[in-house]
Design a protein around this ligand. Sequence first.
Ligand SMILES: [Fe+2]
Ligand SMILES: [Fe+2]
Length: 478
Amino acid sequence: MNTRISIDNLIAIVKSGGRVKTGIDVYNGKGVLLLARDIVVEKTRVLEIIKAKGIKSVLVNTALNGGLWDSDGHLIKVSSDGIVDYSNPSTDDEIIASQRVKQAFGDTAAKQIENRLKEIEEIRQQANQKYAEAKQSVKKVLADIKNTGGQFDYEEVESNVSELVDFLSGGDNPFSYLTHEIFSYDDYLYNHSVNVCAIGTAVADRFNSNFSKIVDDLINGTSSGINDPFEKDKPEPIQSFTCFYPEDLYDISLGFFLHDIGKVLVPDAVLNKKGSLTEEEFEEVRKHSYEYGVQILEKNKLKNSVIKNIVHYHHAPLFEGEGRCYPLDKNQTQVPLYVRICKLADIYDAMTSKRCYKEAYNPINVVTQLFRTYAKKDRMLQYILHAFVKSIGIYPPGSIVYLRNGQLAYVLESDGPLLLPFTDEKENTLRRQPDPFRANSPELEDAKTIDSRRSVKAPRDVNSLLPSYIRQIAVKSA
Ligand SMILES: [Fe+2]
Ligand SMILES: [Fe+2]
C-alpha cells in the first residue's frame, strides 16, 4: 500500500531517533536514484538532500517492507492522507530517544540478523531448486539436438522459460542469492545458459523500467523533479512508454536461454580441447552463433526475430573497432538493445564463473572492466551497465567477502552491501557477534572496505571459520 508522506514529517521522525524505509526507490526527475527502497534511513542527511532537490514528499510502500518506526522500534501509524501524528521533539528528547533506540535495537539486533540469515537461506533453497530445474531443461534441449541432428521440443522450452521468468521477476532477482562459484565446477554450458538468462532478464527488466521512467518524465515535462500530487491544476502524468513489452521480454529471455544453442554442433574435441586452438578450430567455435545456432533455429522452423538476433549476433561488436567479434555484417548501431544486454551478460558470466583453468574474477572488477570498455562508447551501453549494477546484486546476499584488513564478512544485503564480519584480521573466528555495517558508507575506514582483488566465496568454502550462528543456517544448501 502506497502512502505519500511529506519529507518534513520524515525528517522529524528520524531526528527523534526513529527510522524510515520507503520500500520503493525514490528517483529525481532525471531518473537518478536518490534513495534505494531497502535503505533504512537513520540520519536526516539523505532526507535533507532529497528536500533540497525540491521534492516535498515521497511514497512509502508498506506492502514492500517500507515503513516508519519510532525510537522504540514501534511502527508509526500513518493515515491514508499521509498525516503522521508526531510532534517536534526538543534536544533533550532527541538524546533520550537515541539512547532508547540503542537499547531497543541492541536487544533485537541478534534476532534481526538471525531472521535475515534464515530469509537468505529460504530464498537460496528456492533459487537452487529453480536453478536445477532450468539446468535440466537446457540439458534436455541440447541432448535432443545432439540425438536428432537438430530437433528439440520448442514448446516445452518455452513453457519452462516463462515459468523461470515469472520466478525471476518477483522483485529481487533470487538467482543473485546464488554465488557463481557454487555451480560452476562442471556442466559449464548448462550453467552458463541459465546464468545468462537470469542475469540478462534481470538487466532487461531494470533497463525497461529505468529507461521508460526517463522517457515518461520527458514526455510529462517532469524531468526536473518529482510531480507533487497535491499541486493543483497539474494534469495526470501519462504512463506511456515501455521499452520492451512484457510479451517481448519472454522472447528476449528465451533468446538468452538459447543463445549458445549452436555449441552443440561444435565438435566436442574442439570445445573441450585443453591446449590452445588452431585458427580452423577457432572458426569452428565462432560458427556456434551465426552458422550452427541459426541452422538449428531454422531446422525447428523458429522464425521469431528476437531469438534469432540473439543467437546470431551475441558476439557482434558493440562499438566500432571492438576486437574478437563476429559476425561483422552488422554495424554496431544496428545491434538491437536486447542483443547488447545478452553480450554483456555473457561476458559477465564467463568472467565471474570458476573454470578448470581459471579462478572466478571478483564481480566488482568485472563490472568495472565492463564500464571501462563499454560505457564511454555509447549512451545506450551506459544505461545498460547502470541497469546491470542495479539489478544483479554484485555481492550476493549469503556470500562471503574479504575486507582489506583481512577480515571475512558475510553479506546480509547486496544493497550497500550490508556486511556482518565474523573473523578478525588473522582469520580467527570472532567470539562475539559484531554489528553489521554498510560497505559504501562514506565514513567507513579504508581497511573495512571490500577487498576486490579476492574472489567472493560461498559459505562452505570457509566452513571451519564460520561462527555457529551462521554455519547452522547458511551451509545447508551452499
Ligand atoms: Fe556464444
Ligand atoms: Fe555464451
